[in-house]
Design a protein around this ligand. Sequence first.
Ligand SMILES: Cc1ncc(C[n+]2csc(CCOP(=O)(O)OP(=O)(O)O)c2C)c(N)n1
Length: 374
Amino acid sequence: MAAPSTSDPDLEQVAWDLSHLLAADAGAGADPATTVDQTLAVARERSEAFAERYRGKLETLDAAGIAGAMREIEHIEDAIGRVYSYAALSFATDTADPARGALLQHVQEDATVISTGPDPLFSRYPLRSFQSDISLAGSAALTLQALAEAVREESLDAARIHERGLAWETAHTQARTALQAQAETGRTKRPLDKAWVSACVEQVRSDSTIIINELGLDVSQFGFERAGTYFGAPAPGILGWGLGAALGAKLAAPDKTVIACIGDGSYMFGAPTAAHWVARRMQLPVLFIVWNNARWNAVASATRGLYPDGWTAHLNSYPFSDLSPSLDWELVCQAAGGYGERVEDPAEVQGALERALRVVQQEQRQALLNMVSA
Ligand SMILES: Cc1ncc(C[n+]2csc(CCOP(=O)(O)OP(=O)(O)O)c2C)c(N)n1
């Protein structure tokens, strides 16, 4: 397939300046990876000194002593938070660069992750690849309330908190702007660009939409604010989950609009004719988006990653992950009385989404958009 073309080279040149996140720890021109290492080393030393000083002695501290300890934690966490943000945002700008990936992995291995929730370790999941060093079991809302109450009595440095808030706000705004710019570069790309299509889906989404994302959507293009509006594929990676999950979501929440995005490979795993029949039989008008790249890209890219100079990469041919020629997936939905449309033109993505949603919401029929991607 031809490489996607970009019509706005100026936009592609936009670079993201993250240096302020490391500025407190490094002089101008310092190597970021070395600065990250040094900052982590200092944070580790301070953490060890902290443990030495306070372990088992908390009950002997007066209010001023506890405040001092909290301030020390703040310094340590601020330093770690900044290098973590640097590594994560730097990785986000180029996820194909091994050096950025290695730096993020390095920082993650060093971070202390505190999690809260009814069951922070998700103990009934057989497999879950999220780190949690300190687990605070309980309702997240009540835990946060208790923490807020515990610090309310502290004499806190309001100016410093304000300054830190502004720094995080700037980093957040920069991140959002860069993501928007990334989606914009896809506005004219053929085959369709994931960030662009995801940004279009975000435009038609509301709090009464449930997004099911098995494969194909770039979550960073969304601004989810409510629980229960987004469900991603479970960590063990059970392909074929998305179609059934979407039907289940619609069955459970008939007043919500359900949009499910599924890779073409996952779509086949999900027994699509059965799923469309169930949607018709049970009157479950769901909008299915098939992210059609005519391959098992995850498998192809894993092969490429392991053997970048191998024969398949050389020939650009991936025998056991090639799904071409694709079927006309939109016709499969039409066969079940639904609406189907093939979308190849990036300028048509928004219109196609609106047409399909009109069918789903007003005609109460299922719909499928076959998004031809790379
Ligand atoms: C049941 C099951 N079988 C195999 C896999 C391994 N696997 C992970 S991603 C993938 C390819 C998915 O293809 P597609 O849905 O077209 O998405 P793409 O990778 O092209 O984005 C496979 C086979 C899995 N996760 N689950």
